[in-house]
Design a protein around this ligand. Sequence first.
Ligand SMILES: [Ca+2]
Ligand SMILES: [Ca+2]
Length: 475
Amino acid sequence: MALRTPFVTHTLWVGLVLAALAAHAAANPENPDRPDQGGIARLYPGDEGIERDPRVLFVDDFETGTVEEIGARWGSIHLKENIDLPEDVHANSPGNRSIHISKNGHLFTHTRGVDTMYARFYVKFHEKTGYIHHFVHLVADRTPQPWPKGGAGETPPGDAKFSTGIEPTGRWGKFPPPGVWNFYTYWHEMKTKWGSVYNGKQEPIEPGRWYCVEVLLKANSSPEKADGEQAFWVNGELYGRFPGFRWRTSDKLKINSFWLLYYNTDQPARHNKDPHPESRVMQVWFDDVVIATEYIGPVFGKPKHGKKKATPGKSALLTPGLLIAQPSKTVFSENFEQGPGGFQGGEVTGSGPVSDGAGESRAYAFGPKGASIWDTYSLPVKESTTIRFKLKPLQDVGEATVMIWSKKQSDNCRYRIGPLKKGAWRQIEFRAIEARVGWGMKGPSLEGDVLDNFKLFYEGQEGDRVLLDDFEILQ
Ligand SMILES: [Ca+2]
Ligand SMILES: [Ca+2]
């Protein structure tokens, strides 16, 4: 009997979903621009139970947990001291709390990778808000990390990344703060290195008022087709739909990241010629986040059982292997305790505790021209192939770069580490497919190649030394 109950419940539930889908189709026959007539939220009055819909990827109503706990389940929180959970909610809110960010801060999370992502959130700007620099983003990232990556001013490779931000903009002072909504979009075919902008309906956002904002990001169906799109809705009304995107050049690149970002600098006040930037109060409230593979719609009706708390989602990165293939074993390692191994270009340090590894005393010291290893290992580059090592610079040095010769491309693939500060051991880790041809890492990646070499060098003076230790390749 104990086994039968879930089966019965499941059957009943599938029946309900099918009935609901039929209702959806009936309510929304031929009008793709008004999916609000039949979104997922319609099936779950007051969002009650919406997190259990198989099309729903992530939910947070901010009713559960402390700011720290919310940050832990999202996977990344920035400036948590600026974030609290006040009892300030929108009129249709089924709960009691929202999340409130002052000045700057973010939550960042991951869902399983999808080809179509809808995100719905409620948002309110402070009555005295100024202009905002960057706001909420949906991201497709081939090699996701728990934290958001930079990339401003860099055109992403078509098999590595694309993103779109739904952002308030003053359009160079044309609208009072925070402005009107637009898309700020990065992909491999973007028109300038600072991204492309897509304006929707030019309806100024009223400060102090709650809005339901929804975003669609839909990947192109195959690498050669420009049939991807993006769209956004405000309070269930379509404000902008932009088709014709060839977002990606590889189906392996999926939409998988949601960034609840509130980023402020003094730049937008200057760009919009704000006459009173000093009187602005930079604060924002968010609530009722739902991320799904189909249109969601604003909160519909009231929960049957009064005020409710959702079972909040958690980052897909917190389940190893769900979002990105994990290496299962170490296929090569060198700790320099017995000598240089296959490494060339530097020398093993004599003695003294140079490494924080247990009981180890030796590392590999090398100058700006670099340390390298050839023909000591050879393995096919897979999605999971990971290169990991520790560095300790004995003085500040400039840009450090990994170079891996690609047989397939007859060229070097590069992975840029950046400048290194003198000081403690620093762990470096990256996927082999992140290494790319060209100084700007814009060319083809090591995907489908053979990994049998490695070189690491940096900008510095002849006598400079950086220590390398605990070099590992995982597969
Ligand atoms: Ca809430
Ligand atoms: Ca060592």
